[in-house]
Design a protein around this ligand. Structure first.
Ligand SMILES: NC(=O)CC[C@H](N)C(=O)O
Length: 220
């Protein structure tokens, strides 16, 4: 399994994602300006502040040359994970439903969060069990997941809600405590917390590694 991690101007978590992916397979950085995925089996859009979060988070990155290739890759079942800013980009690109709005506090928040695994059948959660808790850090200003109620109902009915904040952990005000969603096929997942920062017990938790292990289990 070979992972490609996209670097945009303003990305800041691409190296941690690279290190995390290398725990379970091969990984290399991809450049936002190249319409070329270099034959990777899975793409990660990392956290950060692509294009300085100007206009609206993810709104400029969505038009980067690499995104057209990612859209084609996702449409043919390719594995795509958007972490934090990556989740924001995937929503802007229409690869995932909904949008990320400013936290209800209007403040940047950095903290460990407890997440409930709701769907363990996606390409990125197959190594998890439904109901298990993952402890993973989150750090963002614009992480309040929003979608209109009919869309939320549809996501829930289709099993596209992948992770939820545990009771009392929904610090950003996300609709229905949603921390991660998938596309209908489950090959594209976006989440606000950062699994790449939770891959070693030395830094408090290795629960994030499960998402990378899940992808590594999917036949290339
Ligand atoms: N860590 C991140 O990717 C967070 C950055 C993000 N653009 C924000 O809303 O703050």
């Amino acid at each position: 399994m070979k992972f490609g991690i996209v670097r945009f101007p303003g990305s800041c978590d691409e190296v941690d994602a690279l290190v995390a992916a290398r725990r379970v397979g091969e990984a290399e950085l991809l450049w936002h300006g190249d319409a070329d995925l270099r034959g990777v089996d899975a793409v990660i859009i990392p956290g950060g502040f692509s294009y300085g979060d100007h206009l609206r988070v993810g709104a400029i990155a969505r038009f980067a040359p690499v995104m057209g290739e990612i859209e084609r890759f996702a449409a043919t079942g390719g594995l795509v994970l958007g972490i934090c800013n990556g989740f924001q980009v995937l929503c802007e690109a229409g690869l995932l439903s909904g949008a990320l709005l400013p936290n209800t506090s209007l403040k940047f928040v950095c903290r460990q969060v407890g997440l409930e695994v709701v769907n363990a059948s996606t390409s990125w959660t197959g190594a998890c069990s439904v109901g298990e808790t993952l402890s993973i850090p989150a750090k963002h200003t614009t992480g309040r997941y929003y979608a209109p109620d009919p869309v939320l109902d549809e996501l829930e009915a289709n099993g596209q809600v992948v992770l939820r904040y545990r009771a009392g952990e929904n610090f950003n005000g996300s609709a229905r405590d949603i921390a991660a969603v998938s596309n209908p096929a489950g090959n594209v997942v976006g989440l606000m917390p950062h699994p790449e920062h939770a891959v070693d017990l030395l830094t408090g938790s290795a629960d994030g590694l499960k998402l990378f292990e899940s992808a590594a289990r999917v036949p290339a």
